[in-house]
Design a protein around this ligand. Structure first.
Ligand code: PLP
Length: 427
């Protein structure tokens, strides 16, 4: 069955769409995927940072199924309870000041909405994003995405007046500095070079940043960088957009990664984990900023679908009831401890970093250069032993651990044992 299905997939699904593994999933529950090969796999990718409450969480499935029987679609023709209830609930868990939402279907759409809102609300055109940032694949979002040139290849010209500043990726400092001698040089570069030589602050609608870099390498930036950036935005009237599509919904042990740095973004983009697997995303902002986005300035047919909104409501309940933020923090700290100990034994693990259950392990060779080939060998060995881990970073040398927030310690131990065995055999 598996081989026939993959053969048909290759015939009828565009090659542009990449599947990370050749597992054919028959079903899933929690951290486990059941393959058509009758094997069980541990999904430490959470279906790309989405199944935060675990695959097919019972309470989420129940809420979505019940809603499906009542009302499946609105299309913006009529109000419905799930969307209103969700907006109210979200205003209670998003960073301070965010109290109004526009719902759409994907992360890229949320980013599109954020850009449009920022331009409308400020009357300015310029957008500053960061090298290494990933914001989606639609043309507007892609103009901000700079995690790999291949994503942008043959799509130029992209959105004009988008500029990229260096992301403070301290392990491989884009300014060539050591951590000890750095005075948040990335920030200084943005402020004193970009905003003087390339575009004046008065023409910048927004600066968009992932508070923890996802696809670009699972990088936690220095708090000081984010804080100074936020202050600069406030001073110059540039809106601060936090793209929390990957880092949000409990992934880092808080509802949103911005909280780790006491950041209050003007606009936030949320997706992935919001509805535990059903398509939903949101752009959130203050009612003050949203009031500058007049009726009809943006729209959607499917965004804020009643079933997805019901699933999102249940997702929030599950995260609260099961204390999943606490589990993400504690299990993340435990995993980090074990990984740091492993790092002592295996110098190929050049850097181990992260927050909560958003953990990156950067693999290097003896000279400290990115070792993407080695990581591929390690991840293939993990997969053979039933553990799904995917990579990130421009050199594909960073393993990203992002299991469901429901993961238990025994499963974390099992996964780390498999990973350690794979590292040991590969070096
Ligand atoms: N923003 C971030 C930070 C992401 O990680 C992603 C997807 O990985 C996106 C935006 C785009 O989301 P989607 O693939 O749902 O369009």
């Amino acid at each position: 069955m598996k081989n026939t299905l993959i053969k048909t997939a290759k015939k009828h699904l565009t090659p542009a769409l990449v599947f990370h593994t050749d597992i054919v999933a028959k079903g899933a529950r929690g951290v486990y995927i059941e393959g058509a090969d009758n094997r069980r796999y541990m999904d430490f990718s959470s279906g790309l940072a989405v199944a935060n409450t675990g695959h097919c969480n019972r309470q989420v499935v129940r809420a979505a199924a019940a809603q499906m029987k009542k009302l499946m679609h609105s299309g913006g023709i009529f109000y419905h309870e799930p969307i209103v209830r969700l907006a109210k609930r979200l205003s209670g868990i998003t960073p301070k000041g965010i109290d109004m939402f526009f719902f759409s279907n994907s992360g890229a759409e949320a980013v599109e909405g954020a850009i449009k809102l920022a331009r409308h609300a400020t009357g300015r055109q310029g957008i500053i994003a960061f090298t290494g940032g990933f914001h989606g694949r639609t043309l507007g979002a892609l103009s901000l995405t700079a995690s790999a040139a291949r994503y942008r290849s043959l799509y130029h010209p992209l959105l004009p007046s988008v500029f990229h500043a260096p992301y403070p990726y301290c392990y491989r400092c884009p300014m060539g500095k050591q951590r000890s001698s750095c005075q948040t040089d990335c920030f200084e570069y943005l402020k004193t070079r970009m905003l003087r030589h390339i575009i004046s602050p008065g023409e910048v609608a927004a600066i968009i940043i992932e508070p923890v870099l996802g696809e670009g390498g699972y990088v936690v930036p220095p708090a000081e960088f984010l804080i100074r950036l936020r202050e600069l935005c406030a001073k110059e009237g540039m809106l601060f957009i936090a793209d929390e599509v990957q880092s949000g919904f409990g992934r880092t042990g808080k509802w949103f990664a911005s909280e780790h740095f006491n950041l209050a973004p003007d606009i936030i983009a949320v997706a992935k984990g919001i509805a535990s697997g059903l398509p939903l995303s949101a752009v959130g902002s203050s009612s003050k900023i949203m009031s500058k986005w007049p009726a009809g300035a943006h729209g959607t047919t499917f965004g804020g679908n009643p079933v997805s909104c019901a699933a999102a409501g249940a997702t929030i309940e599950v995260i609260e009831k099961k204390k999943l933020l606490k589990n993400a923090s504690m299990l993340g700290a435990y995993a980090m401890g074990r990984l740091k100990a492993m790092q002592e034994r295996y110098p190929v693990m050049g850097d181990v970093r992260g927050l909560g259950l958003m953990i990156g392990i950067e693999f290097i060779d003896a000279q400290g250069a990115p070792a993407g080939g080695l990581l591929k060998k390690i991840l293939d060995a993990c997969l053979k032993r039933g553990l799904i881990i995917i990579e990130c970073g421009i050199d594909k040398n960073i393993a990203r651990l992002m299991p469901p927030l429901t993961t238990e310690k025994k499963d974390m131990d099992k996964a780390l044992n498999i990973l350690e065995e794979a590292v040991k055999n590969a070096v």
